[in-house]
Structure formats: structure tokens, C-alpha cells
Design a protein around this ligand. Structure first.
Ligand SMILES: O=P(O)(O)OC[C@H]1O[C@H](O[C@H]2O[C@H](CO)[C@@H](O)[C@H](O)[C@H]2O)[C@H](O)[C@@H](O)[C@@H]1O
Length: 440
């Protein structure tokens, strides 16, 4: 004997939330209603024509539901079931607008292939005029930084390591490590990353650097103190302005793991004071759905905000802290807060690096370099096509030039007691000022 059975299956415990003008509604469960034909053995055969996807929505003053039948009851928790078609239509008009903006921006921030068209190449060339390749500007950069203390700030992913599918395998090459080591020998050098500080340290493995993890919310100086520190205080720096958020971040991490567990390819990364939800390995057709899931979780945490990067949504505390603030903090802890004779150079590839580029523009000191193959709106002054150690050797070369001058000057210093005039002669010959002394 066989018969028809009506079954309701909850597909997702919570799907997402949407906001419109003066209204708010939240999808709490996606229920698949299926009229199943059960045979004698209990095996199920879905009769497609009977499938009706319905969605249960928790309502807070929505004008979505117009007919009397659709109006939510006045209970404390108001739920209503609407058709899948209607929900998706509404998603498009309301929450969809913001959601699509994220997704478009995520797509644009990490193009998989750069299409070549006459228009694009025109855009590209005008962009390159505005943001020339740093590699062609040796003379200008050397001249601009002359007599000033260069301080290097380097982003990690996409700047020191190539972008790869698995965030746990974004290794840095030995050649790149050797170049960064060389840079750190010439200048105070900091890694500024969205990653958790320990993780980025495990990739870079250079103890002589400053590390600003979690988008600058976790800053630590070299364990033995910095040889560059301008002043007498050589204590190692440790600064964590978002410590109070750790329990909340842990909680949201667990919620996100749970909510995204059915989204194939999605990955949630715990970056200590912030989180990343990776879209790179998720089918693009599922991106909106995943973004909705993330936003649904975040709805319960108004003290956290969402930003986007290269195929990633980043969740972080709403505190006024970013990579730009981290750069300023580092300059200050190096003793350069009020120094006119510093030349900070920040190299990064992502939207979050723009905060640091902006700070440099506002200070009118140093400049930003954007690593990008394609034109992007940026506050950086220069560009680099890709993250290669060859590019960063360029800065080491500036360092070498500076160092030679400094060494000569040091030699001159020693001789000063014997012959004051040698120093002044050197100064005249090389046209450098005394700010370079503390480099050595
Ligand atoms: O500030 P960053 O050091 O650039 O960190 C930003 C995010 O970088 C990582 O994700 C990015 O790189 C991954 C590995 O190449 C790639 O799979 C992912 O698609 C990129 O978005 C890191 O995993 C994130 O936690 C950081 O927020």
C-alpha cells in the first residue's frame, strides 16, 4: 500500500534579514513543503510538481505583506509564511540593493581575469599616469626621501604573498622573506594585516619586525625592542585596543561556523579581534545567500561591523581603529609622531589598506603604493603590478644608497673630534642632513 504524506523540512535555521525604509523583517527559516509519495518500504520519491518552497519570516512592521491573510498576527514574535518567489523578489528590491553592492564590490576587488578592451586599455593608461609604477620612480622617490627616515609598512596577503584559494596556505617565498629582512636592516619595518598576528608571524617569521595583526587591532614590536626606536625607551610595544571584544568575536565565530556549514566552499577564519568569511571557493551563484547568512548573524551584534576585501567579508568591532590608525600608532611608538623628517611608505593591495594611504596623504608625508593589475579607485600615489620580491628590492636599493651615506657620515662623526672640518665638508658634498644618524 502507498499513500501521500505532507512533509515539512527546515532547510536553514535562519536565512537572513532585510531592511527597507521604516521596516525590518527577518527570514527565520526556509521550509520546504513537499507532498511525498511513500511506498510500502518507506522509501521517498519526491513528486516535483507538488514541491512548494515556502519561507517563514519573522516580521517587524513590514509593508511587504499586503493582504489580510498575509498580515502578521500581533503576537510578540510575529511569523509569516510567504512564497519563495515573493521573498526573492523582495530581497532584490530591499536588502538586495546593499547586498548586491557588497557582492559587486567584492567581485571588482579581486578580478579573476582582466579583460582587455580598447576602453579598458585607455582607462588603464590614464590610471597609470595618475599612479605610476613605483619601479620607474627611483630617482623621484630617492629625492623625495632624501635626508628623511624611511619607515616601511607592508600588508601581507596580496602584497607579500600571492592570493591563493586556501588562506591557510598563503605562504611567503624565501626570496620575499630575504628581501623583507633586507628592508628591515635598512628601515623600521612593519607588517600590517587583517590576519591574526600570530598567523601572519608564522608566515613571515622575522623577529625584527613590527606586526600589526587584526587590521591593526593587535600591535607588537620586536621582542628585543626596536633598534630604530627614536629615544631611550626600547621596551617592546604591545597594543590591543579591542580586547574587550574577544568574547563577542568568539561567539560570532561559532555562530558563523554553524550558519555557513551547508555552504560549500565557505570558510570562516578567526583572526582574534576580527573574523573573515571567505567567498573565494563558493559558487558565485551562492554569494548572495552567503552574504545574507553573515548579515543575519551580525544583526544581533550592533557593536560589530562588516567590511569587504578580496572575496572576503570581514567582521570587526565598530571602534574607530583601522590600518591608518595603526600606522600612526607605530610612527608614534617609534618616536616619530611630530617629526617632519620621516618618510613612511605603505604598500598594500586591498580596500582596508586605503585607510593607511589616506593617512599618508593627509599627513603629506611619504606615500602609498597600491599592488594591483587593474585600475582601482585609490588614495595611493604609486602602483605595482604584482607582489614580487623584485619590486621590494627596489626599496632595499634606496636603503642601500641611504646606508652608504649614513656610514660615511658615521665615519665622519668619529673623526670629528680630530678634525671638525671633515664633517662639514662631507655635509656639503653629500647634501644630507643629520637626521640619518639614528638609522645605524
Ligand atoms: O590585510 P591582509 O593581510 O591583506 O589580509 C586581508 C585578508 O587576507 C586573507 O584573505 C585573502 O587572501 C587569501 C589567501 O591568499 C585568499 O584566499 C582570500 O580570498 C583573500 O581575501 C586572509 O585570509 C583574511 O583573513 C584577511 O582578512
Amino acid at each position: 500500500m502507498s499513500g501521500q504524506v505532507h512533509t515539512r523540512r527546515t532547510l536553514y535555521p535562519a536565512v537572513g534579514d532585510c531592511y527597507g525604509d521604516g521596516e525590518e523583517w527577518r527570514v527565520v527559516s526556509l521550509i520546504e513543503e513537499i507532498d511525498e509519495m511513500k511506498n510500502q518500504n518507506g522509501a521517498v520519491s519526491d513528486n516535483k510538481s507538488d514541491i512548494n518552497m515556502a519561507i517563514t519570516v519573522e516580521v517587524a512592521g513590514s509593508s511587504l505583506f499586503t493582504t489580510a491573510a498575509q498580515q502578521a498576527p500581533l503576537a510578540a514574535r510575529r511569523y509569516i509564511t510567504i512564497s519563495r518567489k515573493k521573498l526573492l523578489h523582495s530581497l532584490d528590491i530591499e536588502g538586495g540593493v546593499r547586498l548586491n553592492a557588497w557582492i559587486d564590490s567584492m567581485r571588482a576587488s579581486s578580478p579573476t581575469h582582466v579583460k582587455s578592451s580598447p576602453l579598458l586599455s585607455q582607462d588603464q593608461s590614464s590610471w597609470i599616469n595618475q599612479h605610476p609604477s613605483a619601479l620607474e620612480m627611483f630617482e623621484q622617490i630617492t629625492k623625495a626621501s632624501k635626508g628623511k627616515q624611511i619607515v616601511m609598512f607592508l600588508d601581507y596577503d596580496g602584497t607579500l604573498s600571492p592570493i591563493v584559494e586556501d588562506p591557510d596556505r598563503a605562504f611567503m617565498s624565501d626570496a620575499m622573506r630575504a628581501t623583507v629582512r633586507k628592508l628591515a636592516r635598512h628601515f623600521p619595518t612593519a607588517i600590517v594585516s587583517g590576519r591574526c598576528r600570530d598567523k601572519v608571524y608564522s608566515f613571515v617569521q622575522l623577529a625584527e619586525l613590527y606586526y600589526a595583526g587584526s587590521h591593526g587591532m593587535d600591535i607588537k614590536g620586536p621582542s628585543k625592542g626596536s633598534i630604530y626606536k627614536n629615544g631611550t625607551d626600547h621596551q617592546a610595544v604591545l597594543f590591543q585596543p579591542a580586547s574587550e571584544f574577544v568574547p563577542m568575536i568568539d561567539e560570532v565565530y561559532k555562530a558563523l561556523l554553524e550558519k555557513t556549514k551547508f555552504t560549500r566552499g565557505a570558510k570562516v577564519e578567526h583572526n582574534k579581534f576580527c573574523l573573515s568569511v571567505h567567498f573565494r571557493c563558493v559558487d558565485e551563484k551562492k554569494w548572495s545567500e552567503l552574504a545574507l547568512l553573515v548579515r543575519a548573524v551580525l544583526k544581533e551584534y550592533p557593536k560589530l561591523r562588516l567590511t569587504q576585501g578580496r572575496k572576503v567579508l570581514e567582521i570587526r568591532p565598530t571602534i574607530k581603529w583601522d590600518k591608518g590608525k595603526a600606522l600612526e600608532f607605530l610612527l608614534e611608538s617609534l618616536g616619530f609622531a611630530n617629526s617632519a623628517d620621516i618618510f613612511p611608505i605603505y604598500i598594500g593591495d586591498d580596500r582596508t589598506d586605503e585607510d593607511a594611504f589616506k593617512v599618508l596623504r593627509e599627513r603629506g608625508q611619504g606615500f602609498g603604493i597600491l599592488v594591483s593589475k587593474s585600475p582601482k579607485e585609490t588614495s595611493a600615489s604609486y602602483s605595482l603590478q604584482e607582489p614580487s620580491e623584485a619590486s621590494y628590492e627596489f626599496f632595499a636599493a634606496i636603503g642601500t644608497t641611504e646606508k652608504e651615506v649614513v656610514a660615511t657620515k658615521m665615519q665622519a662623526e668619529k673623526t670629528t673630534s680630530r678634525n671638525e672640518s671633515i664633517t662639514s665638508q662631507l655635509k656639503n658634498v653629500q647634501g644630507r642632513d643629520d637626521n640619518l644618524y639614528f638609522l645605524v
